[in-house]
Design a protein around this ligand. Structure first.
Ligand code: PGA
Length: 253
């Protein structure tokens, strides 16, 4: 049975003291979760070690990276590798976030390499993807999303999908306060699951968690998460505020 997941993407926010204070507050507030739920935060890489240490006290709060390089090691100034993540006990990573695609020119073929590198190291991938506003307006959004999946992920074996989470994030909804309606989210998530079903069969597709991201807030989370093919959310701005993030976590139930 697939899990419901709320993951906080802190992006390039919070200094060390702020990061540790937020993590401590979350650890203190999060009680035991139902077996089918997970909660994760993805801090900037410089905080992974210290946030990971605080989160280790909780058994509930997981910690993931925001990015990693496709190569194992080498002359890539400023980058971090998957084995570095592993060495800090970080076992999940966001890949393909729209900001990485837009500002750091990551395309589906680089992401395919990153996915392979991560999975080979035993790092779970949270693969982010979604259409831009003009693609929705000219009604190519279903095709764009299908290509983002096929080009980066459809070379995988069915068994590898146990270690992949999808995060559909329409670019026009990220950080804009403009959320996809629950119906728009469900429509796209159902499309994603049907593309997966065609490629890998229903059993595999039914097991994959598909998160929605883009201006999820305490007041809209419940309705979005209540859609049959929405299995939780990837949360940006609202993950930086303890009470907002906890309210969104509560909306999984
Ligand atoms: P947002 O960001 O919740 O601030 O829109 C979501 C994301 O970029 O993952």
């Amino acid at each position: 049975m697939r899990k419901k997941i709320v993951a906080g993407n802190w992006k390039m926010n919070l200094d060390k003291a702020e990061a540790l204070s937020l993590t401590t507050d979350l650890v203190d507030a999060l009680g035991a979760l139902p077996e089918n739920q997970r909660v994760m935060v993805c801090p900037p890489s410089i905080h992974l070690s210290s946030v990971g240490e605080v989160a280790a006290g909780s058994k509930v709060l997981e910690v993931g990276g925001q990015n990693m390089h496709q190569s194992g090691s080498g002359a890539y100034t400023g980058e971090i590798s998957g084995s570095m993540l592993k060495s800090y006990n970080i076992n999940s990573v966001l890949l393909g976030h729209s900001e990485r695609r837009a500002y750091f020119h990551e395309n589906n073929s680089v992401l395919r390499e990153k996915v392979d590198t991560a999975l080979a190291l035993g790092i779970e991938v949270i693969y982010c993807f979604g259409e831009m506003l003009e693609e929705r307006e000219n009604e190519t959004h279903f095709d764009v999303v299908s290509s983002q999946l096929k080009e980066a992920l459809f070379h995988l074996e069915a068994s590898q999908w146990n270690h992949v989470i999808l995060a559909y994030e329409p670019v026009w909804a990220i950080g804009t306060g403009r959320t996809a309606s629950p119906e728009q989210a469900q429509e796209m998530h159902a499309h994603i699951r049907s593309v997966l079903t065609q490629a890998y069969g229903a059993e595999c597709a039914d097991g994959v968690s598909i998160l929605y991201g883009g201006s999820v807030k305490p007041d809209n989370a419940k309705e979005i998460f209540g859609q049959p093919d929405v299995d939780g959310g990837l949360i940006g701005g609202a993950s930086l505020k303890t009470q907002d993030f906890l309210a969104i976590v509560a909306a999984m139930s």
